[in-house]
Design a protein around this ligand. Structure first.
Ligand code: FAD
Length: 365
């Protein structure tokens, strides 16, 4: 955790003596600096076993966490993602949806945002000028969109899972490495049951202390109906289809496959399910152990922020990757002094966490 946190430390990133290589051209270089390389190359199961964690703890605690967080079993997921899964307690969310964070970022940046067909990129084509006055060829990129328009840009940042973005990359020998994704089904259940059905979990029907957060494991070969179940919130005085309830509960289940309604009825009890909604996602990369992490710079002036997801798939780390990629571009355009600051002075009182994350120079991260 300490090694990871250094990514927020201005001194660590900008002090020439620490020689971190920030901003990093590849995910591997970033992983090296936060001491994650070795963790990514081995399975979480191997790592925890090597560190003398008991089998039962690996199975019942760590595996439950990797399944709940990444829908992947502990023997298949790398140790860095395994450790991140253990840090996922007490997540915070923004009322009305986390998407608002990114909508506000866009609004405040004053960027021009294209939506609908004019914002749907279908092709990215390399344009290489013959020569300039200084005899150095200039690389630009033509972006084509679903509405049939195209424009030329000096730099292009890809910030979407490449495999599902349906974009064709043209006129370059380079390619954007895709990775396999883990399919996850999310089922939202609205129920008037204040707890899951005790009978489904093998208790007597009068048992009233069934947990409202349940994680699962299956190393013994048994495959539970869901990966995790958690009561999210209570709805008061709710009307639905002409009926009014004093209290309803919103429950979220993650699973590998759609959960049949018959099973949902068993989990909550017959007649207890008011409404369900299911959505399936290609959620996160399959985070198998690997020695091959991708490049942020795919080709000259073409960057892939999403490469970070193969190391770890979170909104925060994707945001860090985005800033790193912008750092690479600014370093190229404006020089290292702009990104790192000039004659920076640090003292023992310099905070470890940057006070100016959204800027550049001595006190940024
Ligand atoms: C079910 C689920 C639960 C998750 N839970 C958490 C969590 O609790 N905490 C957490 O930190 N992370 C969580 N994640 C992971 C997190 O969502 C990802 O790490 C993050 O969204 C990756 O960011 P991104 O910008 O690379 O891609 P995305 O967030 O997927 O953004 C890509 C954007 O590009 C757009 N796009 C795609 N193709 C094109 C195209 N051709 N042209 C134009 N636009 C295009 C898409 O519409 C989308 O808006 C979860 C993911 C899922 C699926």
């Amino acid at each position: 955790m300490k090694s990871f946190q250094r990514i927020y430390s201005p001194r660590f990133l900008h002090d020439p003596s620490s020689d971190t290589g920030y901003p990093w051209p590849s995910v591997a270089a970033l992983a090296e600096q936060i001491e994650a390389r070795e963790l990514v190359s081995q399975s979480a199961q191997t790592y925890f076993a090597y560190h003398k964690v008991s089998e039962v703890c690996i199975d019942e605690l760590f595996n439950a966490a990797t399944r709940a967080n990444y829908a992947q079993d502990i023997q298949n997921i790398h140790a860095f993602a395994g450790l991140v899964s253990m840090a996922a307690n007490g997540p915070n969310g923004v009322e009305g949806g986390n998407a608002q964070i990114f909508e506000h970022m866009l609004r405040r940046s004053n960027a021009t945002v294209y939506r609908g067909a004019s914002g749907e990129v279908t092709g990215i084509m390399k344009i290489q000028s013959e020569t300039t006055e200084q005899d150095t060829p200039v690389t630009q990129w033509r972006i084509g969109t679903r509405d049939g328009h195209s424009d030329v840009y000096d730099v292009v940042l890809i910030a979407a899972p490449w495999h599902s973005s349906d974009i064709t990359l043209l006129n370059t020998e380079k390619s954007v490495p895709g990775f396999r994704y883990q399919r996850v089904h999310v089922t939202l259940v609205v129920t008037d049951a204040p707890q899951p059905n005790p009978v489904y979990f093998g208790f007597d029907r009068t048992f009233d202390r069934v947990p409202r957060t349940i994680v699962t494991t299956h190393l013994d070969g048994d495959n539970p109906d869901f990966l995790s179940l958690s009561y999210q919130r209570r709805l008061k005085h709710t009307k639905y289809h002409g009926q009014t309830w004093d209290a309803l509960y919103v429950v979220k289940l993650f699973s590998w496959a759609p959960i049949p309604s018959k099973t949902i009825n068993k989990i909550f009890g017959n007649g207890k399910v008011v409404w369900t909604h299911e959505k399936s996602w290609s959620a996160f990369p399959k985070l198998t152990p690997t020695d091959r992490l991708g490049q942020f710079e795919v080709d000259t002036n073409l960057y892939n922020v999403n490469a970070m997801e193969r190391l770890v798939s979170t909104m925060e780390t994707s945001t860090l990757a985005a800033k790193n990629v912008v750092g690479l571009v600014l370093q190229k355009w404006l020089g290292s002094y702009f990104v790192h600051g000039v004659r920076c002075k640090w003292s023992s009182r310099t905070p470890d966490i940057a006070t100016a994350w959204d800027s550049w120079g001595c006190h940024s991260s």
